[in-house]
Write a protein that binds this ligand. Structure first.
Ligand SMILES: Cc1cc2nc3c(=O)[nH]c(=O)nc-3n(C[C@H](O)[C@H](O)[C@H](O)COP(=O)(O)OP(=O)(O)OC[C@H]3O[C@@H](n4cnc5c(N)ncnc54)[C@H](O)[C@@H]3O)c2cc1C
Length: 540
């Protein structure tokens, strides 16, 4: 690491999207910033690889980016000049073995038309809740997602002042799964709705949380906001961010082995590398990696106040991982259910395989018991149909993400054999819904499980793709925090509100906090939760 010879105003650890967002804001504020990364490659979970055949671009980690072009950082950093996104009209789809399909689009009438085929009552429920959800999402959820959370009492007092605030609190105080069960009568509607809820990182484990302070159920009723696909592959977002960071005068150092965070006089002063060199940070050090690596390995428990060490010990990770299967195809998947609704073929996210709520619970119970799920059920999508640049002309890619324990009990079976057999099972299930998902159509396959991704991204502890569970004890006002007990040391990654996934939220919020603490130039206007919630009350 040649950059080590110098000293900087700030050092950011981890060049995933959170690190890139934070480092770029701070560099634009006029600070001399070093962004250090353990790996050769930057981007973290923004990874696109030609893993099967030349010209087939597979996104080995994150694919679906929620409302990303509308985030404050995407706009502040003018990323639209460097990175293109596709916003698909059909967002969530579920084919059924009886030849029907359910498709949620970005527009209410076409969504209701689809729901009405299964249940008129559920369509009416959807309409009623959608109206409220659009308003709540725009006025509460989005501003809160990109602002430092208010303390619970202050937040709830502000929300109690308005009808939408009270509606939101009422639903957020309930268990998401209970709410879904109560609102809908049709199992297929419940299943696709839960699949939509789960994409906010709650899968069944967290929909069983007693409450949902972030309001995941509300967001599943909202259709205006939604998922987008990064053109050419997810890595392009990392590229756009890195170009912006470098243009702002930042320095990137890959393949850096950090031995510890340098603490002198009780303050964070830099990093000490495994080769013995020290890189000094005059003003701050920020970590965007997991809390345990940061505080146990790089800081050391001896430096931590007892209450903070106890908080570290209480920190929870999600108890499931993803088994990924990436396919290169001659032709795109064509569902039998396309005769019923042709839009199913071009819907961004498919939920395939779970036919009943019992099926869904079976996977949950299996993962909890460290078993390979018996009923194959997975998420998928026609990436190259939505973005043809992800495959050679006329050819296609797709993927399957299946929930899986980190190290399932294989009963002595060889791991590589298991992976191949399980991939075959996924393909067999896929083919039940898409008759053209034949071995002849599949020209390449790449299996990428938690075993591989935890080896590359060591911060995804225990296979946790979000680096922290999204349960009521850890979100919003209960999140891990941006400031730490060590002055000048900040957390700016997935452990901070709004948590894991490619929201960029924690990097963006931490930038505002650090800039204010240091008295650095605030060249942007950080979002403020009190102002946003106060404005709703005033307007009411
Ligand atoms: C299979 C899979 C599918 C996913 N799908 C989606 C999706 O569709 N949508 C979505 O929003 N999210 C998805 N995610 C989650 C998403 O990838 C993460 O939430 C996101 O990457 C978190 O960003 P981050 O910047 O916090 O961490 P990361 O992207 O993990 O970046 C952290 C960086 O820190 C580096 N690092 C780790 N340890 C050290 C160290 N000691 N020193 C220096 N550097 C270090 C890592 O190498 C990495 O580059 C998925 C994840 C996986 C694994």
């Amino acid at each position: 690491m040649t950059a080590a010879a110098k000293s900087y105003d700030g050092i950011v650890i981890g060049a995933g999207h959170h690190g890139l967002v934070l480092a770029t804001y701070m560099a634009r504020a006029g600070l001399k910033i070093l962004l250090v990364e353990r790996r050769l490659m930057y981007g973290g979970g923004l990874a696109t690889v030609e893993a099967t055949l030349p010209g087939f671009y597979h996104n080995s980690h994150s694919i679906n980016h929620f409302h990303i072009t509308h985030t404050p950082w995407f706009q502040d950093l003018k990323l639209a000049e460097k990175v293109a996104y596709v916003t698909p009209f059909y967002e969530f789809g579920q084919p059924h073995p009886d030849g029907t399909a359910l498709v949620f689009s970005r527009e209410i009438e076409s969504t209701l038309k689809s729901v009405r085929h299964l249940s008129k009552k559920d369509a009416e429920t959807f309409r009623e809740w959608n109206r409220r959800a659009e308003e709540i999402t725009a006025q509460i959820l989005i501003p809160e997602r990109f602002a430092e959370p208010l303390p619970q009492v202050e937040r709830e007092a502000l929300l109690e002042k308005t009808a939408i605030g009270r509606d939101f609190l009422a639903i957020a105080r309930r268990q998401p799964l209970d709410v879904v069960r109560e609102l809908f009568e049709n199992d297929h509607v419940k299943l696709l709705f839960l699949f939509k809820v789960s994409l906010f990182g709650t899968w069944l484990t967290d929909t069983l949380s007693k409450t949902s302070p972030m309001g995941s159920v509300i967001r599943a009723f909202d259709l205006d906001t939604g998922y987008q696909l990064c053109q050419g592959g997810s890595f392009n977002l990392a590229r756009g961010l890195m170009e912006t960071f470098i243009a702002a005068g930042g320095t990137f150092a890959p393949q850096v082995a950090i031995e510890r965070i340098l603490i002198e006089g009780g303050r964070a002063r830099g990093i000490v590398l495994a080769d013995g060199r020290t890189v000094r940070a005059r003003q701050f050090v920020a970590s965007t990696i997991d809390v345990h690596q940061t505080f146990e390995n790089l800081v050391g428990r001896a430096q931590l106040p007892a209450a903070f060490a106890a908080k570290l010990d209480r920190f929870q990770y999600t108890g499931w991982t993803l088994f990924g299967l990436h396919l290169a195809l001659r032709e795109a998947p064509k569902f039998a259910a396309a005769e019923f609704d042709p839009n199913i073929n071009r819907t961004l996210k498919w939920s395939i395989g779970a036919e009943t709520m019992e099926d869904l619970f079976a996977a949950f119970e299996d993962v909890k018991a460290n078993r390979v799920p018996r009923i194959v059920q997975f998420g998928s999508g026609p990436l190259s149909v939505i973005d043809p640049t992800q495959a050679p002309p006329g050819k296609h890619t797709t993927y399957c993400w299946h929930v899986m324990p980190l190290a399932p009990d294989l009963g002595g079976q060889d791991e590589e054999d298991f992976k191949r057999e399980f991939a075959d099972k996924i393909i067999a299930t896929f083919a039940r819904y898409c008759p053209n998902l034949t071995r002849d159509n599949i020209i390449g396959q790449y299996i990428y499980t938690a075993k591989e991704y935890t080896q590359e991204l060591i911060n995804m502890r225990g296979g946790d793709i979000f680096m922290g569970a999204f349960n009521a004890e850890q979100v919003m006002y209960n999140h891990f925090g941006y400031r730490t007990p060590i002055p000048n040391l900040y957390m700016a990654g997935s452990s901070g509100h709004p948590g894991g996934a490619n929201s960029g939220g924690a990097g963006y919020i931490a930038a505002g906090i650090i800039a204010r603490d240091l008295g650095a130039k605030l060249w942007w206007r950080p979002l403020d939760a009190a102002a946003a919630l106060g404005a709703i009350a005033q307007a009411a």
